[in-house]
Design a protein around this ligand. Sequence first.
Ligand code: UD1
Ligand code: CA
Length: 425
Amino acid sequence: MLKSIILAAGKGTRMKSETPKVLHEIFNKALLGYVIEAVNNTKLADENFIIVGHQAEKVTDYVNKNFENAKTILQSPQLGTGHAVSMALPYLDKFDGEVIILCGDTPLVTSETIKEFVDYHRKNSADVTVMSALFDNPANYGRIVRNSDNTLNSIVEEKDASEEIKKINEINAGIYCLNWTKVKTAFGELKSDNAQGEYYLTDIIKWAVSKSLKACAYVLKDNTEIYGINSKENLAVAAKILNQKVVKKHLVNGVTVIDPDNTWISPETEIEADTIIYPFTYIEGKNKIGKNCKIGPMAHIRGDVVLEDNVKIGNFVEVKKTTIKSHTNACHLTYLGDSEIGSNVNVGAGTITANYNPLTKEKSKTIIKDNVKIGSNSVIVAPVTIEEGANIGALSVITKSIPQWALAITRAPLKVVENWVKKKV
Ligand code: UD1
Ligand code: CA
């Protein structure tokens, strides 16, 4: 099993935020979470070391709450990427496998690419492999310098580069795989005699070459995977790239997405073929949507939602933590939360499941069985069960369970006063 080291100690000044950079979110998931999950999904690594520094407490808290196999290590002060990795030395003293190193601010890297990268490292019997990419505009990245026989020579940072080296368009993507035992001694020998006065992780290439170790570069196929987040603008672009990939996957799988540019679908959402997603729909979290469903326009699916086949979720309908069986419709202006809803149910316009008690801060469950019909503008106050086939009159407030096939109605009686208007004028 290999180990990962994920660098996340940097300041992220350009985010202009009180939130640490790596805790900024795309689809409610922290950037760092994407990287740790990508590593975990390779099933290659059994332990992740996260190097934290700036706002270390918040990042540590996040890691501890969300990942059992990740451990944070404090780097203070932050003296560069090489120095950051050296913080893990005491924890990997006896480790004799491979270590992969990634950055916490590149959330789009996929587990497939990480797997291919490690595979490449192994097939080449390399001691150190760096991920590179070919960029039309390589500015600001470290450049991969190769010898005339194409073997690796070194990585040179933009700030240390000559005009000649600046012309190289193969850049360092910032992901590495090391045979730990052979390369770990490099971290005691790195120097900070460079333009930034930092201990550069990139110098391990030059170091490996000087020790006659085998250094290789794996060229990334999809450059968007190493898109790094340094600003809110980058964050918005990364979210867009991720969403485009997700939407495309669903289109390929036979889902109809009417307007890919104005539809958001989280990566953890599964959707079966022939479902139609109308514009301005926002789907976040983990969801399972069956076939032949119609979602939107302007629907909000908030996570932990399961929709069986032929379900309709219409405009201005918000659904959270809810299971809905087949052929049920909630077509307009509705909130369904913490609910279990049967099949062939009609949820009238403006129906609200009142699941939250703000006094006790408790959330309760609503159960609506098969064939129930709920009249418009009804409020179902949880916890409550509406048994099979019951009918709820429009404008009702349901505060207790309703037996099967009953009519429940709380509406004030309609009063008609004949000629009332004429008498007034
Ligand atoms: C780094 C590489 C560069 C590469 C680029 C890819 C070095 C010296 N340069 O440059 O070759 O093209 O990434 O994106 O490695 N960090 C720490 N502790 C530190 C310094 C940094 O944890 O002391 C973390 C940062 O939080 C960040 C990552 O390391 O996640 C990269 O650091 P950053 O300063 O962004 O390096 P770059 O200048 O982008
Ligand atoms: Ca960077």
